[in-house]
Design a binder for this molecule. Structure first.
Ligand code: ADP
Ligand code: ASP
Ligand code: MG
Length: 413
């Protein structure tokens, strides 16, 4: 019997009525002849509420205790989901991450999955049960509860789909699928029928919160078909899949906005071997994830270096570089946390010219200053002032016609 994993996000299990609706969807899939594994997130904005509770007692809560606390949100959802199914006459059993031995690293608040015990789940499915697993959480080697980072239930779902050899992983959420950009910010954004893993991975890493980036990475690595869809509607959503030749014809598939970030610049460093290595080993030791590293020689003896970090890591990163500032002969450290990143993404950029030109002239026409620019093969990103970021996103979306279906857009280059 084929297995389908169905993940329900926070809004899709926010109250009893929503849980019942989600349970009906699961039952329908069971009636269609599938074994179903459900992954549930914490209800509504519960994770935000728990974080606020923690911060009220301690502005810098120990990360292990944070995970111990945050995992309780998902634990409530799964038991309630199982109770709802039971009331509807279906046999269901809920598990925490620890109970299915979702083994992770010990990087509290951003742990990575190492392995999953699929046997326990198969055994329950084979007994005719619907299995409900708490998203977002696991345990480390010492049985400490860990969490996978905000939005991490998507990763639980896709990793489970891979471990169970599921036919498909459905991500039920509060929008119709993946849009050309966040539809809450750019109202004219349109739903994309299909998107490649690589594009979705870039978009998710650049702020498209509809999917957790690591979930997409798992999907690509283990060949999991991911279907992002609306839990409140009976319509097809977006399929995230391997690249097909037609995708190359679409120059820009989507645009993103990333606000929770900061830039750290180290000015006037000694231009000698080993400086960058020293800085990034220090940041790695502090478990800070860095992006967009730029180093430039500013003369034979001096260099400047800058990099981006998530807002949550800013204080730790700042402390780490301040500790080695003198050792590096660094003239000064500057920090900008009033910035945001606007990006355009598309596999078609590999074979079309003119994308950078259009992006920069659009921002120029909108009178938006670009702080810095980074690119990859399939994306262009600009750092702009946070207060101008939404205006910048809108201008870019209109320039790249992200309010129109791909086949109606004029080609760039
Ligand atoms: P869930 O609780 O179901 O996991 P999330 O809030 O994590 O839901 O993700 C859904 C939200 O992602 C949407 O409400 C939307 O505002 C946001 N989002 C950001 N970028 C995109 C995009 N490109 N397409 C669709 N939704 C997006
Ligand atoms: N509840 C967690 C969060 O709000 C995980 C998730 O929803 O995916 O980030
Ligand atoms: Mg989410």
């Amino acid at each position: 019997m084929a297995i389908i994993v169905q993940k329900f996000g926070g809004t899709s299990v926010a109250n009893a009525e929503k849980i019942r609706q989600a349970a009906e969807r699961v039952i329908k899939t069971v009636k269609n002849g599938y074994q179903v594994v459900v992954v549930a997130s914490a209800r509504g904005k519960q994770t935000d509420g728990l974080i606020a509770d923690a911060l009220e007692l301690n502005p810098n809560p120990p990360k292990r205790e944070m995970d111990q606390l945050l995992s309780t949100g998902e634990q409530q959802s799964v038991s309630l989901f199982a109770m709802a199914l039971d009331a509807m006459g279906y046999d269901a059993i809920s598990f925490t991450g620890g109970q299915i031995r979702m083994l992770t690293t010990s990087d509290f608040t951003k742990a990575q999955i190492k392995s999953i015990d699929a046997e326990r789940i198969h055994k329950q499915l084979d007994q005719g049960k619907i299995v409900i697993v708490a998203g977002f959480q696991g345990i480390d080697e010492d049985e400490n509860i860990t969490t996978l980072g905000r939005g991490g239930s998507d990763t639980t779902a896709v990793a489970l789909a891979a471990a169970l050899g599921a036919k498909e992983c459905d991500i039920y959420t509060d929008v119709d699928g993946v849009f050309t950009t966040d539809p809450r910010i750019f109202k004219k954004a349109i739903k994309v029928e299909q998107i490649s893993y690589d594009e979705m991975l870039e978009m998710a890493s650049l702020g498209a919160g509809v999917m957790h980036n690591r979930a997409v990475g798992f999907g690509k690595k283990y060949d999991v078909k991911i279907h992002v869809r609306n839990s409140a509607k009976e319509i097809e959503g977006t399929i995230i899949t391997h690249e097909v030749p037609q995708m190359e014809g679409i120059v820009v598939s989507g645009a993103t906005i990333q606000k929770d970030m900061a830039k750290i610049g180290l000015v006037g460093l000694d231009n000698v071997p080993g400086i960058a290595a020293r800085i990034f080993s220090c940041l790695a030791k502090a478990k800070v994830v860095v992006n967009d590293i730029v180093q430039t020689e500013i003369g034979p003896e001096k260099a400047n270096l800058s990099f981006m970090v998530g807002s949550a890591d800013l204080a730790t990163a700042k402390e780490a570089v301040e500790q080695i500032k003198d050792e590096l002969n660094c003239e000064h450290i500057f920090i900008r946390d009033d910035i945001a990143e606007i990006s355009v993404v598309g596999v078609g950029m590999r074979s079309h010219y003119g994308v950078a030109d259009k992006m920069f002239s659009t921002l120029s026409k909108a009178n938006i200053n670009i702080d810095s620019i980074t690119t990859s093969e399939i994306r262009i990103s600009c750092i702009v002032d946070k207060e101008q970021a939404e205006k910048a996103l809108e201008a870019v979306c209109i320039a790249f016609e992200l309010d129109k279906p791909a086949e109606e857009r004029t080609k760039a280059g």
